[in-house]
Design a protein around this ligand. Structure first.
Ligand code: ADP
Length: 206
Protein backbone atom coordinates (compact mmCIF):
# COMPACT_ATOMS: atom_id res chain seq x y z
CA UNK A 1 0.00 0.00 0.00
CA UNK A 2 1.49 3.35 -0.94
CA UNK A 3 1.38 6.15 1.63
CA UNK A 4 -1.15 8.94 1.34
CA UNK A 5 0.79 12.13 0.58
CA UNK A 6 -0.32 15.71 1.19
CA UNK A 7 1.74 18.34 -0.66
CA UNK A 8 2.17 21.42 1.56
CA UNK A 9 3.03 24.64 -0.20
CA UNK A 10 2.87 28.41 0.19
CA UNK A 11 4.99 31.45 -0.62
CA UNK A 12 8.13 32.40 1.24
CA UNK A 13 7.29 33.33 4.84
CA UNK A 14 3.70 32.15 4.55
CA UNK A 15 4.19 29.77 7.48
CA UNK A 16 4.84 26.33 5.90
CA UNK A 17 7.35 25.33 8.58
CA UNK A 18 5.08 26.53 11.38
CA UNK A 19 2.23 24.45 9.93
CA UNK A 20 4.45 21.40 9.30
CA UNK A 21 5.62 21.50 12.94
CA UNK A 22 2.01 21.23 14.08
CA UNK A 23 1.40 18.19 11.85
CA UNK A 24 4.65 16.66 13.17
CA UNK A 25 3.34 17.09 16.75
CA UNK A 26 0.47 14.83 15.73
CA UNK A 27 2.87 12.10 14.62
CA UNK A 28 2.70 12.82 10.89
CA UNK A 29 5.85 12.17 8.79
CA UNK A 30 7.24 15.42 7.33
CA UNK A 31 9.46 15.37 4.23
CA UNK A 32 10.94 18.73 3.25
CA UNK A 33 12.14 18.99 -0.36
CA UNK A 34 14.19 22.11 0.48
CA UNK A 35 16.09 20.17 3.14
CA UNK A 36 16.69 17.40 0.57
CA UNK A 37 18.00 19.94 -1.96
CA UNK A 38 20.39 21.32 0.67
CA UNK A 39 21.63 17.85 1.61
CA UNK A 40 22.25 17.02 -2.06
CA UNK A 41 24.40 20.13 -2.45
CA UNK A 42 26.15 19.99 0.95
CA UNK A 43 29.77 18.79 1.24
CA UNK A 44 29.76 15.20 -0.04
CA UNK A 45 26.20 15.67 -1.36
CA UNK A 46 25.07 13.22 -4.04
CA UNK A 47 24.49 15.98 -6.61
CA UNK A 48 27.94 17.56 -6.27
CA UNK A 49 29.97 15.31 -8.60
CA UNK A 50 27.50 15.90 -11.46
CA UNK A 51 27.27 19.63 -10.71
CA UNK A 52 31.07 19.96 -10.77
CA UNK A 53 31.27 17.99 -14.01
CA UNK A 54 28.60 20.21 -15.58
CA UNK A 55 29.69 23.65 -14.34
CA UNK A 56 33.31 23.25 -13.27
CA UNK A 57 34.98 23.32 -9.86
CA UNK A 58 34.37 27.08 -9.54
CA UNK A 59 30.79 26.42 -8.36
CA UNK A 60 32.03 24.34 -5.42
CA UNK A 61 33.42 25.94 -2.27
CA UNK A 62 36.54 24.65 -0.51
CA UNK A 63 34.54 22.20 1.62
CA UNK A 64 32.92 20.68 -1.49
CA UNK A 65 29.45 22.21 -1.02
CA UNK A 66 27.67 24.13 -3.77
CA UNK A 67 28.90 27.73 -3.74
CA UNK A 68 25.51 29.41 -4.07
CA UNK A 69 26.95 32.87 -4.76
CA UNK A 70 29.12 31.47 -7.60
CA UNK A 71 26.13 29.57 -8.98
CA UNK A 72 23.94 32.70 -8.83
CA UNK A 73 26.64 34.65 -10.66
CA UNK A 74 26.76 31.99 -13.36
CA UNK A 75 22.95 32.01 -13.74
CA UNK A 76 23.06 35.82 -13.97
CA UNK A 77 25.47 35.62 -16.91
CA UNK A 78 23.83 32.59 -18.49
CA UNK A 79 20.17 32.20 -17.45
CA UNK A 80 19.97 28.74 -19.08
CA UNK A 81 22.37 27.48 -16.40
CA UNK A 82 19.45 27.48 -13.96
CA UNK A 83 17.61 24.93 -16.10
CA UNK A 84 20.75 22.80 -16.36
CA UNK A 85 21.12 22.87 -12.57
CA UNK A 86 17.46 21.99 -12.11
CA UNK A 87 17.82 19.12 -14.60
CA UNK A 88 20.47 17.66 -12.29
CA UNK A 89 18.72 18.37 -9.00
CA UNK A 90 15.05 17.67 -9.70
CA UNK A 91 15.29 13.94 -10.46
CA UNK A 92 17.52 13.46 -7.39
CA UNK A 93 15.12 15.44 -5.15
CA UNK A 94 12.24 13.43 -6.53
CA UNK A 95 13.92 10.06 -5.93
CA UNK A 96 15.03 10.99 -2.42
CA UNK A 97 11.64 12.42 -1.45
CA UNK A 98 9.92 9.25 -2.67
CA UNK A 99 12.40 7.15 -0.70
CA UNK A 100 11.78 9.21 2.45
CA UNK A 101 8.01 9.17 2.01
CA UNK A 102 8.06 5.37 2.07
CA UNK A 103 10.70 5.07 4.82
CA UNK A 104 9.17 7.69 7.13
CA UNK A 105 5.53 6.81 6.68
CA UNK A 106 6.03 3.53 8.54
CA UNK A 107 4.08 4.18 11.74
CA UNK A 108 2.68 7.46 10.43
CA UNK A 109 -0.84 7.58 8.99
CA UNK A 110 0.19 9.73 6.03
CA UNK A 111 3.02 12.02 4.93
CA UNK A 112 3.29 15.77 4.47
CA UNK A 113 5.62 16.64 1.59
CA UNK A 114 6.72 20.29 1.81
CA UNK A 115 7.25 21.62 -1.72
CA UNK A 116 7.74 25.41 -1.66
CA UNK A 117 7.47 25.70 -5.46
CA UNK A 118 4.77 23.05 -5.99
CA UNK A 119 2.45 25.32 -7.97
CA UNK A 120 5.37 26.68 -10.02
CA UNK A 121 6.39 23.10 -10.92
CA UNK A 122 3.09 22.58 -12.76
CA UNK A 123 1.63 19.15 -13.41
CA UNK A 124 4.62 17.14 -12.27
CA UNK A 125 4.06 17.44 -8.53
CA UNK A 126 0.29 17.34 -8.75
CA UNK A 127 0.50 13.82 -10.07
CA UNK A 128 2.70 12.81 -7.12
CA UNK A 129 0.57 14.07 -4.25
CA UNK A 130 -2.94 13.07 -3.27
CA UNK A 131 -3.91 16.48 -2.01
CA UNK A 132 -2.56 20.03 -2.07
CA UNK A 133 -2.67 22.17 1.07
CA UNK A 134 -1.75 25.85 0.69
CA UNK A 135 -0.65 28.11 3.54
CA UNK A 136 -2.05 31.51 2.64
CA UNK A 137 -1.41 35.04 3.83
CA UNK A 138 -1.16 38.53 2.36
CA UNK A 139 2.05 39.52 0.58
CA UNK A 140 2.55 42.33 3.10
CA UNK A 141 2.54 39.71 5.86
CA UNK A 142 5.10 37.58 3.98
CA UNK A 143 7.32 40.64 3.56
CA UNK A 144 7.17 41.55 7.25
CA UNK A 145 7.96 37.97 8.34
CA UNK A 146 10.84 37.44 5.94
CA UNK A 147 12.35 40.82 6.85
CA UNK A 148 12.23 39.77 10.49
CA UNK A 149 13.41 36.18 9.94
CA UNK A 150 16.11 36.67 7.29
CA UNK A 151 16.94 40.36 7.65
CA UNK A 152 16.44 40.86 3.90
CA UNK A 153 15.69 44.27 2.41
CA UNK A 154 12.22 44.97 1.00
CA UNK A 155 13.44 45.04 -2.62
CA UNK A 156 15.18 41.66 -2.20
CA UNK A 157 11.98 40.10 -0.88
CA UNK A 158 9.95 41.72 -3.65
CA UNK A 159 12.26 40.07 -6.19
CA UNK A 160 11.71 36.67 -4.58
CA UNK A 161 7.94 37.19 -4.44
CA UNK A 162 7.88 38.25 -8.11
CA UNK A 163 9.62 34.98 -9.09
CA UNK A 164 7.06 32.88 -7.19
CA UNK A 165 3.46 32.04 -8.08
CA UNK A 166 0.89 34.64 -7.10
CA UNK A 167 -1.50 34.16 -4.22
CA UNK A 168 -4.36 33.70 -6.70
CA UNK A 169 -2.47 31.01 -8.66
CA UNK A 170 -1.68 29.12 -5.48
CA UNK A 171 -5.24 29.30 -4.17
CA UNK A 172 -6.52 28.04 -7.52
CA UNK A 173 -4.38 24.91 -7.09
CA UNK A 174 -5.37 24.31 -3.46
CA UNK A 175 -7.56 21.48 -2.22
CA UNK A 176 -7.22 22.88 1.29
CA UNK A 177 -6.25 26.34 2.54
CA UNK A 178 -4.63 27.12 5.88
CA UNK A 179 -5.14 30.77 6.64
CA UNK A 180 -2.11 32.31 8.35
CA UNK A 181 -2.57 36.06 8.35
CA UNK A 182 -3.39 36.24 12.04
CA UNK A 183 -1.94 34.94 15.27
CA UNK A 184 0.04 31.72 15.46
CA UNK A 185 -2.70 30.52 17.83
CA UNK A 186 -5.07 30.39 14.86
CA UNK A 187 -3.07 27.55 13.29
CA UNK A 188 -3.58 24.54 15.61
CA UNK A 189 -7.38 24.33 15.17
CA UNK A 190 -7.02 24.49 11.37
CA UNK A 191 -4.28 21.84 11.39
CA UNK A 192 -6.34 19.62 13.68
CA UNK A 193 -9.36 19.83 11.38
CA UNK A 194 -7.24 18.93 8.34
CA UNK A 195 -5.42 16.18 10.23
CA UNK A 196 -8.73 14.49 10.99
CA UNK A 197 -9.70 14.77 7.32
CA UNK A 198 -6.38 13.36 6.11
CA UNK A 199 -6.64 10.46 8.58
CA UNK A 200 -9.99 9.70 7.02
CA UNK A 201 -8.78 10.05 3.42
CA UNK A 202 -5.65 7.98 4.05
CA UNK A 203 -7.78 5.06 5.21
CA UNK A 204 -9.26 4.82 1.72
CA UNK A 205 -5.99 4.70 -0.23
CA UNK A 206 -4.88 1.37 -1.58
P1 ADP B 1 7.88 29.40 5.45
O1 ADP B 1 8.35 28.03 5.92
O2 ADP B 1 6.62 29.34 4.65
O3 ADP B 1 8.95 30.22 4.76
P2 ADP B 1 7.83 29.96 8.31
O4 ADP B 1 6.93 28.93 8.90
O5 ADP B 1 9.30 29.77 8.47
O6 ADP B 1 7.48 30.22 6.74
O7 ADP B 1 7.38 31.38 8.88
C1 ADP B 1 8.14 32.54 8.54
C2 ADP B 1 8.45 33.32 9.82
O8 ADP B 1 7.26 33.89 10.30
C3 ADP B 1 9.01 32.44 10.93
O9 ADP B 1 9.94 33.18 11.65
C4 ADP B 1 7.76 32.12 11.77
O10 ADP B 1 8.08 31.89 13.11
C5 ADP B 1 6.93 33.37 11.60
N1 ADP B 1 5.48 33.13 11.60
C6 ADP B 1 4.80 32.20 10.89
N2 ADP B 1 3.48 32.30 11.11
C7 ADP B 1 3.31 33.33 11.96
C8 ADP B 1 2.16 33.95 12.58
N3 ADP B 1 0.91 33.53 12.34
N4 ADP B 1 2.38 34.99 13.40
C9 ADP B 1 3.63 35.44 13.64
N5 ADP B 1 4.75 34.91 13.11
C10 ADP B 1 4.59 33.87 12.27
Amino acid sequence: MRPYVVGLTGGIGSGKSAVADLFAERGVAIIDTDAIAHALTAPGGAAMPTIRAEFGDAVASADGALDRAAMRAMVFVEPAARKRLEAILHPLIRAESERRVVAQTVGSPYAILIVPLLVEAGGDYRSRVDRIAVVDCAEATQMARVMRRNGLAANEIERILAAQATRVERLAAADDVIENDGELAALPPQVMRLHLQYLEYSRHVC
